[in-house]
Ligand binder design. Structure first.
Ligand SMILES: [Zn+2]
Ligand SMILES: [Zn+2]
Length: 132
């Protein structure tokens, strides 16, 4: 799949894991993404390739990992674990065609805001389960 930020200065490609698309309701994602939850696509970290603008990528470390955004337009792009795990989560908001992916889990429901409604058919977890 292909992702790009708002100013289109950063363009990247990655191999998605289609069964692992989740809505993260944690408070860090809510503030960071400016939304009631963030839809994230799991990807193999080794598959990430920058087509343009890697030098524009900025990182911010918070609980739960490193959060990457465009230093020019501020668009949120991806998160990954500080310890260099094999996976990263890519913000669906910046990915072409992501509207066609099915959300397979709701995570960090322990922090969900009251007004967010959930699809009852989608599995929900209080935190981010190890099995994801
Ligand atoms: Zn940008
Ligand atoms: Zn989160």
């Amino acid at each position: 799949m292909k992702g790009t930020c708002l100013c289109e200065g950063i363009i990247f490609e990655f191999q998605e894991m289609p069964d692992l698309v989740f809505n993260c309701h944690c408070s860090r994602c809510r503030v960071s993404h400016g939304a009631d939850y963030a839809t994230q696509i799991f990807a193999l970290r080794s598959s990430l390739r920058f087509v343009a603008g890697e030098q524009l990528l900025s990182e911010y470390e918070s609980t739960g990992g490193i959060r990457c955004f465009c230093s020019n337009c501020g668009a949120r792009l991806m998160n990954y674990a500080k310890d260099g795990g094999d996976y990263l989560s890519v913000a669906a908001s910046c990915v072409e065609g992501s509207e066609n992916l099915t959300v397979t889990a709701n995570c960090f429901l322990s922090m969900k805001v009251e007004r967010s409604t959930l699809d009852e058919a989608t599995p929900g977890y209080d935190e981010l389960p190890e099995s994801l």
